[in-house]
Design a protein around this ligand. Structure first.
Ligand code: PEP
Ligand code: MN
Length: 302
């Protein structure tokens, strides 16, 4: 039996970052060079964007792939953010990453899906964050396990971090699937039901794995009233050293953001009423089934 987590969470409005309609974080999968991250940030700044992302240490499935430029890239990332006046974010997977990021003045950390899957790793990060006031984004674990996701959120919150955001990036599957990581929407939706104050955004790039469906996925997340998006954007996607197929150009990003349709302003207010109506319909069907099945199956043997 899972217990309801008791968290102290700051709403997005208290993060000190200007969020217009949605929290939009964009940037390359990996920081590759000083020029690449600067060029991407400058081009991105022509569009609506809240923060610039860029991976410094990359968790690769097989050894021998590009594993990130390492700590020297933190200065390039921070410089790029300063050049466009935006906060920067990167992934921290262990305590030494946290220390390097804090030293370099990184504004937001995120915990990647592989790390969220491992409570020892999350606890190590939480311990390194004790006494620090920095926003932390927590991606869902690789496997569809809501308790594991909530556990990671709790560990970081217990360390005193109150600016926490959950990121839905889909779930790993064995069999070939339309998506790189399946978006099992009922899991983030259940997370929102359990932790209604926790900001929740979607990463359609890692869900899709290719550019093709990112727009549709992003729109779906907005329709589900997610608080924002994390999207991989590179100044020259074909040349990128990781996740080349799923990165957008800044121009494609701008088009996507401008195409997004938001629910009407009375949407969130209307939604509970619609849910109540659906609940009634489901209850009626449940009732019918309960009264219909025993007779039909003759389970009592009478
Ligand atoms: C990333 O965002 O760069 C990343 C590695 O994502 P994930 O942890 O979702 O795989
Ligand atoms: Mn990536």
């Amino acid at each position: 039996m899972s217990t309801e987590p008791n968290l102290r969470i700051n709403p997005l409005s208290e993060w000190g970052m200007p969020v217009r309609k949605k929290f939009l974080i964009a940037g390359p999968c990996s920081v590759e060079s000083e020029e690449q991250i600067l060029e991407t940030a400058v081009q991105l700044s022509a569009y609506e964007v809240t923060a610039i992302r860029g991976g410094i240490w990359k968790p690769r499935t097989r050894p021998g792939s590009f594993e990130g430029v390492g700590a020297r890239g933190l200065r390039w990332l921070k410089q790029a953010g300063n050049a466009v006046g935006l906060p920067v974010a990167t992934e921290a997977a262990k305590s030494s990453h946290v220390e390097e990021c804090l030293k370099a003045g990184v504004d937001i950390l995120w915990i990647g899906a592989r790390t969220t899957t491992n409570p020892f790793a999350v606890q190590e990060i939480a311990d390194a964050l004790r006494g620090v006031d920095i926003p932390v984004m927590i991606k869902n674990p690789m496997n569809p396990d809501l308790e594991l996701w909530i556990g990671a959120i709790e560990r970081i919150n217990k360390a005193g971090i109150s600016k926490i955001m959950a990121v839905h990036r889909g779930f790993s599957t064995y069999r070939e699937h339309l998506y790189r990581n399946r978006p099992i929407w009922r899991i983030p939706i259940e997370l929102r039901r359990r932790l209604p104050d926790l900001p929740l955004i979607c990463d359609p790039s890692h869900i899709c794995g290719t550019r093709n469906y990112i727009m549709a996925l992003a729109q779906q997340a907005i329709d589900f009233l997610f608080d924002g998006l994390m999207i991989e954007v590179h100044c020259a996607p074909p040349a990128s050293l990781s996740d080349a197929r799923q990165q957008l150009t800044p121009l494609q990003y701008g088009r996507l953001i401008n195409k997004l349709r938001y629910v009407s302003s009375d949407g969130p207010a209307r939604l509970p009423e619609e849910i109540k109506l659906l609940r009634k319909q489901i209850d009626a069907i449940d009732n019918d089934m309960i009264h219909f099945w025993p007779n039909e199956w003759n389970v009592s043997g009478t």
